[in-house]
Design a protein around this ligand. Structure first.
Ligand code: BDP
Length: 331
């Protein structure tokens, strides 16, 4: 966070700051620097711009947000660390790469844990969501609101996937998280953790055969141009956060905290609507461009193959058994 005190300002800016400080004894404008991986027009990008607009309006300019879109500030795992240590303030993060840092947040990365998006929302809005955000806040990442990210399915440049045997031998890019590597291994494939920005090139040169993602990211990245088989496995439904450095948030006045939180929640409402529209539009666009699409008639063999992934995770995190049960028992 940049704090502009009168000491660092000169000329007109100094005059303006002094004018402000007459009306508010604690006059300091805080600029939050925010990381986003997605390009212009993507639902998250539009919603983050709305967040910035709302933060400035609701705090009368005491807090502002400067968004850095398109991943220009680096990869997601790096950006998560930067927000944790306070080198950046805010990020729209997928909970996938947060899982290795905050074990509570990792439960959402257990394959097939959510039945559908509505189930995921019910969990996040209840006790489960509270446990997850408490775990994240303790690690320096306070979740202000949750964004949608649809369901992730497999795609590759070789063949349609209908059974776990179809994954066997494929090199599949995954986000940085051992759960995803375990998931691909259990299906007989070769997991390749890799930054999002490197996937297009790796698919086109054959460094990897496939990856997995939702419709909007499959489309926005152009991955559909180089990996033309999309198979509807829907194995992961991972929420995303608008996360702020915990100390930065705690240092704000109660009014500003409430304003920033409300701005994030409002931006999330916008994002969810835009997400639903974009998921449809992206799906239509890639299918029109000739992508070979298949539903998977029987997902049970994929789900059965995940038993060891759950066992390994819960053996390493026995205290999270109740949270996993809570999610499974949420209707
Ligand atoms: C997208 C997420 C983004 C991830 C990306 C990935 O919105 O945060 O970085 O997937 O696969 O769906 O890395």
């Amino acid at each position: 966070m940049k704090l502009y005190s009168t000491k660092t300002l000169t000329g007109g800016a100094l005059a303006a700051a002094v004018a402000v400080s007459f009306s508010a004894m604690t006059a300091q404008a805080a600029e939050l620097r925010a990381w986003n991986i997605h390009p212009d027009g993507y639902p998250n990008t539009v919603a983050l711009d709305k967040f910035a607009e709302l933060v400035a309006a609701k705090t009368d300019g005491r807090v502002t947000v400067k968004n850095f879109h398109g991943g220009v500030l680096g990869s997601q795992p790096d950006a998560i660390e930067q927000v944790r240590i306070g080198a950046l303030d805010v990020g729209n993060f997928n909970l996938g790469p947060i899982g290795p840092i905050a074990p509570e947040a990792n439960v959402v990365s257990l394959p097939f844990i959510f039945k559908d998006m509505a189930h995921m929302h019910r969990v996040l809005d209840g006790e489960g969501g509270q446990k997850i955000s408490d775990g994240m806040a303790a690690k320096g990442l306070m979740a202000l609101a949750w964004y949608d990210s649809g369901a992730r399915s497999f795609y590759n440049s070789v063949k349609p996937i209908n059974t776990p045997e179809d994954v066997a031998g494929l090199k599949v890019r995954v986000m940085n998280n051992d759960l995803y590597s375990g998931m691909i291994e259990q299906l007989g494939g070769n997991p390749t953790p890799m930054a999002f920005s490197e996937v297009y090139q790796s698919l086109s040169t054959g460094v990897v055969d496939g990856a997995e993602n939702n419709w909007p990211s499959y489309e926005s990245t152009g991955h559909f141009e180089v990996a033309g088989y999309y198979s509807l496995s829907q194995h992961l439904i991972i929420p995303e956060c608008v996360c702020i450095n915990t100390d930065v948030f705690n240092a704000m006045s109660a009014d500003d905290q409430a304003a920033v939180k409300a701005a994030a929640v409002e931006s999330a409402e916008l994002q969810r609507g835009l997400w639903a529209e974009r998921a449809e539009a992206s799906r239509a666009k890639v299918l029109e461009s000739g992508v070979t699409f298949n539903e998977i008639a029987d997902k049970a063999p994929f789900q059965d193959a995940m038993v060891p992934v759950y066992e390994t995770y819960l053996a390493a995190n026995p205290d999270l058994v109740p949270l996993v049960d809570l999610i499974k028992n949420t209707d």
